[in-house]
Design a protein around this ligand. Sequence first.
Ligand SMILES: Nc1nc2c(ncn2[C@@H]2O[C@H](COP(=O)(O)OP(=O)(O)OP(=O)(O)O)[C@@H](O)[C@H]2O)c(=O)[nH]1
Ligand SMILES: [Mg+2]
Length: 354
Amino acid sequence: MAHRTVDAPRAIIVAVDLEDPSRPIEPELEEFFALIEATGVRPVDTVVQRRAAVDPAYLVGRGKALELLERAAEVHATHLFVLNELRPRQRRNLEKLLPLPIVDRTMVILDVFARHARSREGKLQVELAQLRYRQSNLLGAGADLSRLGGGVGTRGPGETKLETDRRRIAQRITHLSRALDDVRRARRTRRSGHTREPLIALVGYTNVGKSSLLNRLARSDVFVADQPFATLDPTVRRVYLAPERYARVVDTVGFITDLPKDLVNAFRATLEELDEADLLLLVNDAANPDWPRQQASVLTILHELGLDAKPRLALFNKTDAQGGELPALAGLPVSAKTGAGIEALRSELAQRFP
Ligand SMILES: Nc1nc2c(ncn2[C@@H]2O[C@H](COP(=O)(O)OP(=O)(O)OP(=O)(O)O)[C@@H](O)[C@H]2O)c(=O)[nH]1
Ligand SMILES: [Mg+2]
């Protein structure tokens, strides 16, 4: 046993609950914990304040901010994580009050993306989104994740000390954009050589089991994990539908509520794969009581991507782990884990692509 342990960064989380009945805070907080854990940081305490509107100066009221300071010291927090969108003024004020680096939700999502990107295109897209976010939020060296060491942001673009020099950030952005164009051109050329087999895209909220379904359908071995954004790069597998009939099924990045704009833009090219799909398989997680909220976000994002007219088929995955009743006819029940419903799905697809 090692005597010296490297302590994982410890997060104190702050959130304002706006008491909007259409947006209960619990599922959003739970999702935030999962995102934070995926960056290697341990959530140790949470401070939630209910109020009608966020405080323009400190996000929470000043009194609550002082309480936050106390609690952060008590639990030996190393970072402050903020659930709500943080304006530059609120960030600056909180920075003055608390001796902790501040990390917002977009930065967390970007960090998870950076950890999981494997392809050259994926890596370029994430670094570009991180730099753009830093630029547009005027995050100075103080807010730079990569200087914290340990968990958050160690995969960020900061290794090259770019953060100290805005002009070099701009240059790096230009360089990355060009490199990305090259990679995309190459991908397009590759794609134009493809067969006329129908293209089916798995879409849905992160962690609903899209990659697991692909594996079930294609008997493949694509990476699956119980964490947000396990998949970043589009993966295509050939799937058997019926004798001598196959489709190509593409699995891609999952969606999340309030997907940061910089990320939607960064991943637009990847998501363009969806434009070419003949059918979208809309995957829901039947075992997650929060699925209606997740489904609503997915529909919003598809709308923003201009994909409203695309034929779709809704699926409810994880039916093996689901307790309550599913709304009748809302979608095809399947389980990637047990294989239940998979043959029904296969024949439904075969019917759609005769
Ligand atoms: N019980 C149960 N668990 C499942 C099922 N399908 C997937 N899972 C689990 O759900 C978690 C997420 O599965 P993934 O296939 O990685 O989900 P994904 O939608 O590809 O997730 P991202 O790529 O991260 O967006 C894993 O722990 C899977 O083992 C299922 O049918 N039943
Ligand atoms: Mg996946």
